[in-house]
Design a protein around this ligand. Structure first.
Ligand SMILES: *[C@@H]1O[C@H](CO)[C@@H](O)[C@H](O)[C@H]1NC(C)=O
Ligand SMILES: *[C@@H]1O[C@H](CO)[C@@H](O)[C@H](O)[C@H]1NC(C)=O
Length: 992
């Protein structure tokens, strides 16, 4: 029963997540449409790039079709050419900024990867990635060096596409990665981590010599696997080594496409050991791939070439609800925020139009280029009173599209900022105008004004690739600044990211006392056009002055100061050039009553070549059905360099009041997919009712933040090249440990270089992540949200005693939370088995580790996010075995964490390495070339590696016939026995 409930929970969760996938890429008659490839403005003009992109996508289209069993190909691809390049008649001149929302970016290298293509993958299994990054070199050289280095480039593109679109992960490890190593051990043999065992090749150290191995079974970092490019027959997987000529598709478990659950790959861990094809074929693209007519598939996509003009900053239409329900304060708030937007914030050169709607819709101002003259004119045409009508949102959208159709530019990519407080009650409805919206290809950002606003708003934003915001004028803790932020984000979303202002502060200031001081830090990359803004309905009773780091004071006597108590209800201090450092802001209240004011600070980069630290935040979903969770993301980067170690807190305003703070982490556990990639993630589950939840992320450097070299995400693998000739050795699928050089290194060596970086300057940032909507909330629901998954269980050390067949194993994991990552979970269970499959079936067939097995540490959970260790003493029946471990968390309501990873310890490695070492020692004594640090006690440093045996143990395997109890638990303190351990023993035997 419990399983059923869990299953349902997961099903609901998945169907919700899928809604977020309906971005602007669509599937029609077996083809993908709406893919956008954008070349960055700073890439030097080179027409070959455009031609090569066409060739690349045409070839990739065919490879995608074949590897998806003739189901999908690329049908329509838009290439966005920088405005700085020369124009051509066939280019469509379409205003807008496409780069930061493009699916594929052609841009200068991210320093961590150089020319290696990669996908920024921030979601979990089956969730979409952010973008694919290709360098100009990669595209330029597709017939030359790229091919040499990466194999057929179209295959690498399909590999990245699978990351981006289907949310599958790499099926290979990285050298030196403790969680996803390049090699693992299976039945006493070293094997490359791969989804398929059927690959022939060689292993070699980077210097051309043999690889080495630690007693723990780890192969040294410089060791690589070189596949045989000629004789391999394996047909999968695109996610492993797509450049091997025989590769045809994804691992699906069929012949030559076997899926290897034992390899410690990121894919296996993230996707619960399911094959890539099994994950991919569940994607909605394959479910919705209805073929409406006989299709003869033409692999060459239709290419649209777009070139935005260089001199304009986007096209916006404000579509404002003036129906009767806006009467009074809502209308006033809306008018003031819109006036501040138009007069203070919208950049010169942008195009703006204004529409109002209620029972009917009306164009108040056609699309007009914004400058200091038209600004006032536009502001004056903003509606300031409601018209008492009803609400026809569809009509408002239609009219807004009409505004964008003005002139000879198509409406495509124009942004409609739709603000409404009502349920639609007059035709046409939003759903009636969807076809028009799709034809016009406009983007709609919706601001839900008040709790009653139609839930259809989320649909329309998702469908058009827009963003939703929520402004609760009654219960919200952030009155007017939420509207200002939504407006500001909307109007900057269409300008180049590089030119957008950076938001340093956006907070509510409650003036209970007469005076209050706030601080903000302006970091060295910023300072240009810095704007301090304070807005409040009671602005008349507020005074503000600011002091620069060197003591210069700006107040009402300064020319930089302006205030507007009536129209805009705001005080503003504008500094064309602001000093770097800590600024102090002094708020003074003149009246008798406490005042609440919104305080924001924005600034622009000094030098657009030197990009400042920027924060971008977003939500996994805009619509959720309870029971569910939301994931909040914040990316903190300076160009392509991630900022790690920053403090990132998301504040979530809830429909029934009471804001909740969630700390977002970049530690690669819980919601966070990759450690130290500058993308911070956290779960939110503290719902308190149906309605909208507005999310804002605040980021500060508490002194721990570092600027890393470059992003690490899902990067491609270049074709491994051998040093020297391999002709005199036969390629193999697995390698004897005896062929590797045993080494002992200090296991406390921290080879985690993911934390390298230089200290980041002090900084403050804030970013509006938008809002999501929750339905089907049950106030009396019992605890149905399970604890977080334990996905980072690893064996740190083990110490075998071959006389007693006992081993002492030290394990490490990160404590999960009671509801995903929050709250203390009530218990964790550690399971062990010699059969990995047992840990995926009914885990109760494995043995549960009892307290009496624990020689150090405890299974009592720590607070979520803390790293925990225990040491357990176990017997192993056979020295050729591998013991596998998995950990589950359980809450007091009986919910169990759904997924887990598997850690392994190879009880034979120590012995084999010792033997091998003795042999070598003898040799060394002869050669006297170097000395081995001989110890009589070797601590074995294991990671997720595998089982092994060699010829030495073939004899021992005979003993296998006996159905022995596996892992008889040593009873240090008690005589109580509970061993269900040996279960699937028989299977294992048959395998052997
Ligand atoms: C607009 O403002 C700028 C700077 O404030 C000024 O130099 C320019 O003359 C103004 N243009 C118009 C048309 O008023
Ligand atoms: C969670 O558990 C830890 C360790 O057992 C304890 O120190 C902490 O106080 C607990 N937190 C809460 C909120 O109960």
């Amino acid at each position: 029963m419990l399983h059923l409930r869990l299953g349902q929970w997961i099903a609901v969760m998945c169907s919700c997540l899928q809604l977020a996938f309906c971005s602007v890429i669509t599937v029609e008659n077996k083809g993908y449409k709406g893919i956008v490839v954008a070349i960055h403005n700073t890439v030097p003009e080179d027409e070959n790039l455009i031609n090569n992109l066409k060739v690349l996508f045409t070839k990739a289209s065919e490879f995608l079709y074949n590897s998806t069993n003739n189901q999908l190909h690329f049908k329509e691809v838009t290439i966005v050419i920088p405005p700085t390049w020369s124009s051509k008649p066939e280019y469509i001149a379409l205003p807008g900024s496409f780069f930061s929302t493009a699916h594929v970016r052609v841009d200068h290298a991210n320093p961590e990867y150089g020319d290696i293509p990669y996908t920024l993958q921030t979601g979990g299994c089956g969730e979409p990635g952010e973008y694919i990054h290709l360098t100009p070199w990669f595209v330029r050289e597709i017939n030359g060096e790229t091919k040499e280095k990466f194999g057929m480039p179209e295959r690498q593109l399909v590999h990245e596409w699978a990351h981006l679109r289907y949310g599958v992960f790499d099926e290979y490890g990285s050298p030196g990665d403790p969680r996803y190593p390049m090699f693992y051990i299976e039945r006493g043999k070293v094997r490359p981590s791969s989804c398929i065992r059927d690959i022939q090749g060689w292993i070699q150290n980077s210097d051309g010599g043999p690889c080495s191995i630690l007693p723990g079974g780890q192969v040294n970092k410089e060791c690589i696997f070189i596949p045989d490019m000629r004789t391999n027959e394996a047909k999968a997987s695109v996610m492993y080594m797509p450049f091997i000529p025989s590769m045809e598709g994804f691992c699906d478990g069929s012949e030559h496409r076997e899926h290897n659950t034992k390899a410690p790959t990121k894919h296996n861990t993230m996707c619960n050991y399911e094959s890539t094809w099994s994950v991919i074929s569940r994607h909605e693209d394959f479910q919705n791939n209805r073929v409406t007519r006989d299709v003869t598939v033409d692999f060459e996509p239709i290419f649209r070439l777009i070139q935005p003009p260089s001199d304009q900053k986007g096209r916006y239409v404000l579509a404002l609800d003036v129906s009767g329900s806006m009467n009074g304060r809502p209308m006033k708030l809306l008018h003031r925020a819109a006036a501040r937007l138009v007069e203070d914030r919208i950049p010169d050169g942008a195009y703006l139009g204004i529409v109002q709607f209620s029972t009917d819709a009306r164009i108040l101002h056609p699309l007009t280029r914004v400058d200091n003259r038209t600004r006032i004119e536009l502001s004056r045409s903003l509606p300031s009173v409601d018209d008492g009508g009803r609400t026809a949102i569809g009509k408002g959208i239609q009219e807004a599209i009409r505004v964008l159709e003005d002139g000879n530019v198509p409406p495509e990519a124009g942004l409609i900022i739709l603000i409404t407080d009502g349920e639609e009650n007059v035709l046409p409805l939003i759903s009636d105008v969807v076809p028009e919206i799709m034809v016009a290809k406009v983007v709609i950002n919706a601001v839900a004004f008040g709790a009653e606003a139609s839930e259809k708003l989320e649909n329309i934003t998702i469908m058009t690739g827009g963003k939703g915001y929520f402004f609760a004028n009654i219960n919200g803790s952030r009155p007017s600044s939420a509207l200002d932020s939504a407006f500001l984000e909307s109007v900057t979303s269409q300008t180049d990211v590089d030119l957008q202002p950076v938001q340093l502060k956006d907070e509510m200031v409650e003036l209970h006392e007469r005076m209050m001081e706030k601080q903000v830090r302006i970091d060295p990359d910023l300072g240009k056009n810095t704007i301090f803004t304070v807005t409040s309905p009671s602005i008349k009773t507020v005074e503000v002055s600011i002091m620069s780091p060197t003591g210069t004071i700006y107040d009402y006597t300064s020319p930089e100061y302006s205030r507007d108590d009536d129209q805009k209800e705001r005080i503003q201090i504008f500094l064309p050039q602001a000093e770097t450092g800590r600024w102090r802001i002094l708020f003074t209240r003149r009246g008798y009553y406490p005042v609440v004011a919104a305080f924001t600070v924005t600034s622009e980069p000094e030098d657009t070549e030197q990009q400042p630290i920027r924060v971008r935040s977003w939500l996994s979903d805009m619509q959720l059905k309870f029971p569910a969770y939301a994931k909040v993301y914040a990316e903190v980067q300076k160009g392509y360099r991630p900022i790690i170690g920053a403090t990132v807190v998301a504040t979530i305003d809830r429909p029934m009041g009471g804001a909740v703070d969630v700390t977002l982490g970049d530690d690669g556990v819980g919601a966070d997919v990759t450690k130290n990639d500058g993308v911070y993630t956290g779960y939110f589950t503290h719902f308190n009712g149906n309605g909208r939840y507005a999310v804002v992320a605040n980021v500060v450097n508490d002194g721990q933040a570092k600027l890393k070299y470059g992003i690490r995400s899902s990067g491609a693998q270049p074709v491994p090249k051998a040093k020297g000739s391999l002709n005199n050795t036969e390629p193999a699928k697995e390698f004897s440990i005896a062929d590797l050089i045993p080494v002992i290194v200090n296991t406390t060596d921290d080879n985690d270089n993911t934390t390298d970086g230089e200290p980041a300057p002090p900084f403050d940032r804030t970013s509006d992540a938008g809002a999501f909507r929750l339905d089907d909330w049950e106030s009396n629901a019992t605890d149905i949200i399970p604890p977080g998954d334990i996905m980072d269980l690893v064996v740190l050390y083990s110490h075998e005693n071959y006389d007693t067949n006992m081993t002492e194993v030290t394990l490490q994991w990160t404590s999960p939370g009671d509801d995903l990552d929050s709250g203390n979970v009530s218990s964790v269970e550690l399971w062990a088995s010699v059969d990995i499959d047992t840990l995926f079936g009914d885990v109760h067939d494995a043995s549960m580790i009892q307290d009496m097995n624990i020689t150090n540490g405890t299974l009592v959970p720590l607070s979520p996010g803390l790293v925990q260790h225990i040491t357990v003493l176990l017997t192993f029946p056979n020295a050729s075995d591998t013991i596998y471990f998995a950990m589950k968390a359980k809450d007091e309501a009986g919910n169990i964490s759904p997924k887990h990873n598997v850690a392994a310890v190879h009880v034979s490695v120590k012995k084999m390495v010792e033997e091998s070492m003795n042999l070598r020692r003898e040799l060394l004594e002869i050669n006297q070339t170097f000395s081995v640090n001989g110890t009589d006690e070797i601590y074995i440093d294991f990671e997720s590696v595998e089982d092994y045996s060699t010829e030495i143990w073939i004899a021992a395997m005979v003993c296998y016939v006996l159905l022995i109890i596996v892992l008889v638990i040593i009873m240090a303190r008690s005589m109580k026995k509970e061993s269900k351990y040996p279960v699937k023993r028989q299977n294992k035997e048959q395998e052997l």
